[in-house]
Write a protein that binds this ligand. Structure first.
Ligand SMILES: [Zn+2]
Length: 218
């Protein structure tokens, strides 16, 4: 139960500090509403908090987090799609200008995909994870095949990076995303963050390579 007490202590610090300090900003956000220009799709992993990594202020980023920061493909099947609803809201209601798919190092969802830990869990424990991670199975199978030939490749990072590319492709399968990208009012970006060295890599669409973002110091 100690963890929940720690949570409430944090809330009290927030009320006394940041909330008080940015009172005018919170008032404006409450009365005028939110108008973030950026949507971030990140992993639910506790070590990868986008508002910390990008040092952003309240109201700046519309954040969706799920297991392994995956974007499912567009499926007009009448079923409930929570992640797709968040994307639809960000794009058609908030009219965000950027969607950033933020992957990360040491992703447990990616590890589960590589090991196949939940592949057979059609029902029972692990079934939701197994079905969710099945969305990147084609990429996983390609990397497993490459690893069979070159055992030294970093399969974990390779799949983390491939899954980001796949999510960007899946974003383009949503008609309301594709039409805005074509019109130049919406840009899609892939990024990968490693908490061990603090390095953020951005996918360069021209070269299809991930390049580290330069920083003043390390
Ligand atoms: Zn993760």
């Amino acid at each position: 139960m100690a963890a929940f007490d720690t949570l409430l202590e944090g809330y009290r610090r927030f009320r006394a500090g940041p909330y008080n300090d940015q009172r005018a900003r919170f008032d404006a956000l409450a009365h005028i509403g939110q108008s973030p220009k950026i949507m971030i799709i990140a992993c639910a992993d506790s070590r990868v908090d986008p508002t910390r990594i990008f040092d952003s202020a309240p109201g700046e980023m519309f954040v969706m987090r799920n297991v392994a920061n995956l974007v499912p493909p567009y499926e007009a099947d009448g079923a409930t799609h929570g992640s797709s609803a968040a994307i639809e809201f960000a794009v058609t209601q908030l009219e965000v200008e950027h969607i950033v798919v933020l992957g990360h190092a040491r992703c447990g969802g990616i590890t589960a995909s590589l090991t196949g830990k939940f592949d057979a869990a059609a029902e029972g424990q692990g079934a939701f994870i197994g079905r969710w991670m099945a969305k990147i199975e084609p990429a996983r199978d390609r990397i497993r095949a490459a690893q069979a030939i070159s055992p030294d490749i970093d399969a974990q990072q390779a799949l983390e990076l491939a899954a980001i590319r796949l999510s960007l492709d899946n974003l383009m399968s949503f008609p309301f995303v594709a039409e805005r990208v074509t019109a130049g009012t919406l840009a899609l970006q892939g990024a990968h963050f490693d908490i061990a060295d603090g390095i953020l890599r951005i996918l360069d669409p021209a070269t299809d390579r991930y390049e580290p973002v330069p920083v003043d110091w390390r």
